[in-house]
Write a protein that binds this ligand. Structure first.
Ligand SMILES: CC(=O)N[C@H]1[C@@H](OP(=O)(O)OP(=O)(O)OC[C@H]2O[C@@H](n3ccc(=O)[nH]c3=O)[C@H](O)[C@@H]2O)O[C@H](CO)[C@@H](O)[C@@H]1O
Ligand SMILES: C=C(OP(=O)(O)O)C(=O)O
Length: 439
């Protein structure tokens, strides 16, 4: 449990490393190669440990790692001895992250079959995998749902296909990429997601020998090749963590320099940060985020797929908006259930009302479907400490910064969930002058 004494502005420097939404997938991609791959800038987060464990279960050798002796966060994955799709304790990884579903393409190419445990990840909506399974079927694989997970297999080489996504799903776009690169012939994906982490994955696959073109209007074409090699790659920085610290600076009236932050990937966030009244300076090594003093501005915001405002930025920003003058309206259009964390904020004194209606310009998939996916925040609210149980990764970080912005003491339980996406967050909080103690 964490005890937080709030009310002190966070000031100082934190470093961000490779993106949680790229690094584990880059590790999976290494399974497609005939030689070892080297990934740099790997953060010490739980999602990386989970994928490392899965790769080792399948027979890959994973060496180095993000420890004190490895400041560059280098990870070497040697897939040459991968020979097992059905690993006895794969269920030990059930519920730990979303990544296991992305092992399908590489394992089908290498071994002709894959066993996928039940997936984890944040409980912020139903998170079905119907698009993934439809895509795998369309490449020619057979999908059997078992009590313990899913068995996917093929006797022949997978064939290129045409896929049209009903929604630009990040994971399904990655599923198509990781499967199509070694399938026979051409794959055309329309309605693709184009998040920066996907572009970085495409860069990795190209280094391995893949032929992938990203056309206009969310169309990606992949020409399958017979064989891929290894890669050497430095992962792009984590824009979700960058946005989280930026929101923490606003919420606590502080000033945080995020070393490693990359402006091009933060464009949309930075525009919103400036509209709220936040100030920032970009230099070669990172971005300095600061509270301007005085009042913040309220605003109307919709989350969306890239290049829109990313859903993973939403929860920490809501905490900052509790301190803005006036009414802010947030319409969450990516996940149907991402406002559960506001209940604890309400107990801390925030004034937040959630609505089932689409309170935004774009009617989204969740309108008329009974999901609380819009929120109205009224501020500025004086926050006070309370007892909190972390609900999910970003919700947990948001609770933490709310506790740091609040007057008095809070207790936060379940902080292990935060390790899934924030490297060394306790050390970083201490470096920023936060008054937090672990017991
Ligand atoms: C590990 C990782 O990279 N996670 C990110 C990834 O999640 P993830 O890849 O799981 O998110 P998706 O983009 O696939 O999901 C977007 C929407 O599509 C729906 N959907 C998705 C797949 C499917 O088969 N059927 C279906 O209906 C989902 O329920 C959701 O409403 O992208 C999200 C959107 O940027 C981010 O919030 C997550 O941090
Ligand atoms: C929703 C998130 O992640 P995941 O898809 O891994 O649950 C997130 O990082 O905010």
């Amino acid at each position: 449990m964490l005890t937080v004494q709030g009310g002190t502005p966070l000031r100082g420097t934190v470093s961000v490393r490779g993106a949680k939404n790229l690094v584990p997938k880059a590790m999976v991609a290494s399974l497609l190669g005939s030689e070892p791959s080297v990934l740099r800038n790997v953060p010490g987060i739980r999602d990386v440990d989970v994928v490392r464990g899965l790769l080792e279960l399948h027979g890959a050798t994973v060496s180095s790692g993000p420890d004190a002796g490895n400041p560059d966060g280098e990870l070497v994955v040697d897939p040459r001895n991968v020979e097992s799709a059905h690993v006895a304790d794969i269920d030990a990884h059930a519920g730990s992250s979303r990544i296991p579903i992305l092992f399908c393409g590489p394992l089908l190419h290498r071994l002709g079959e894959a066993f996928i445990p039940d997936l984890g990840g944040c409980r912020i909506g139903d998170r079905p995998i119907n698009y993934h399974l439809d895509v795998l079927r369309s490449f020619g694989a057979t999908v059997d749902k078992l009590d313990s997970g899913i068995h996917i297999y093929t006797r022949d080489r997978l064939r290129g296909t045409k896929v049209q996504l009903p929604y630009p799903s990040v994971g399904t776009t990655e599923q198509v990429l990781l499967t199509a690169v070694c399938a026979e012939g051409l794959t055309e994906l329309t309605g693709a997601a184009i998040e920066p982490e996907i572009m970085d994955l495409i860069a990795i696959l190209q280094k391995m020998g893949a032929i992938i073109s990203v056309d206009t209007d969310r169309v990606i074409r992949i020409e399958g090749v017979e064989k891929l090699g290894g890669y050497v790659h430095r992962a792009l920085p984590d824009r979700m963590e960058t946005g989280s610290w930026a929101s923490a600076a606003l919420a606590t009236r502080g000033e945080i320099y995020v070393r490693g932050a990359n402006q091009p990937d933060m464009m949309t966030y930075l525009n919103v940060f400036r509209r709220i009244g936040g100030e920032f300076d970009v230099d070669e090594d990172g971005i300095l985020f600061r509270h301007p003093g005085g009042d913040l501005n309220s605003l109307v915001l919709e989350t969306d797929v890239h290049p829109g405002f990313m859903t993973d930025w939403q929860q920490p920003l809501v905490v900052a908006l509790t301190q803005a003058r006036g009414l802010s309206i947030i319409h969450e259009t990516v996940y149907e259930n991402r406002f559960g964390f506001t209940e604890a904020l309400g107990r801390m004194g925030a004034v937040i009302q959630v609505y089932k209606e689409c309170l935004g310009g774009i009617p989204c998939r969740f309108g008329q479907r009974n999901f609380n996916h819009s929120a109205v925040v009224s501020g500025p609210a004086k926050l006070h400490g309370t007892d909190i149980v972390v609900p999910d990764l970003r919700g947990g970080f948001s609770h933490l910064i709310a506790a740091l912005a609040a007057e008095g003491e809070s207790t936060v339980q379940g902080i292990e969930l935060i390790n899934r996406g924030y490297e060394n967050f306790m050390e970083k909080l201490n470096a920023l002058g936060a008054n937090v103690t672990l017991s």
